[in-house]
Design a protein around this ligand. Structure first.
Ligand code: AR6
Length: 194
């Protein structure tokens, strides 16, 4: 894949990286996704939309019970797809719930399903006039996807989408640990060097 990007900022101690893709911005930050002020945040959900641990638990705790009520009304979401609810008590107006694959060695379509989870989330955002969106690192916690491979898929999918579509102006990856942030930074540099 060939694309152009411009490095806008890279803090020396690895705390933040920002690039421009077409008219849009892609950021990598360390933090808690529930505190983001982007119009939408993405939840790494399960296909029953039943809530759980990790980022899913944090989002439901911070957003309040209305999010689970809306999830129950939707009913479920297949792996690789996405659905949208309100942000309830969150700063974000919307939560986009997507379901990444459980990693079972890599031979069961996990890469395609992970790319699809990001792409479907972005399409749903664009369809709801969402201009700014924050993603967690989908599938790399309880679902066990090795983070370097997952980061590469996540970043390639987002960059390709931003190159094609001007609908979303800001995509922010919110990584929970310094180690995860470093992996995403390294993968983004490699993508840019391809
Ligand atoms: N902000 C940003 N990232 C976070 C936060 C947070 N507040 N909390 C955790 N992470 P996981 P998965 C990171 O397990 O692998 C749930 O039970 C975490 O460190 O949340 O897609 C669901 O209900 C990790 O890097 O999601 C599903 O059953 C990343 O978020 C299942 O887990 C993803 O870890 C989904 O598993």
């Amino acid at each position: 894949m060939v694309f152009r990007w411009v490095l806008l900022a890279s803090a020396q101690r690895g705390s933040e990286m920002k690039i421009s893709v077409g008219e849009s911005v892609l950021e990598l930050v360390r933090g808690d996704i529930t505190r983001q002020e982007t119009e939408a945040i993405v939840n790494a959900a399960n296909s029953r939309l039943a809530g759980g641990g990790g980022v899913d638990g944090a989002i439901h705790r911070a957003g309040g019970p209305r999010i689970l009520e809306e999830c129950r009304a939707i009913g479920g979401c297949p792996t690789g797809r996405a659905v949208i609810t309100s942000g309830a008590n969150l700063k974000a107006k919307y939560v986009i719930h997507t379901v990444g694959p459980v990693y079972r060695g890599g031979g069961r379509g996990e890469a395609e399903l992970l790319g699809s989870a990001y792409l479907e989330s972005l399409k749903l955002a664009a369809g709801n006039d969402v201009r700014s969106i924050s993603f967690p690192s989908i599938s790399t916690g309880a679902y066990g996807y090795p983070i370097a491979g997952a980061a590469r898929i996540a970043l390639n999918t987002v960059v390709a989408f931003l190159e094609e579509s001007g609908a979303v102006w800001l995509v922010r990856f919110v990584l929970f640990s310094e180690a995860d942030l470093k992996v995403y930074e390294d993968e983004l540099r490699e993508i840019g060097a391809d």
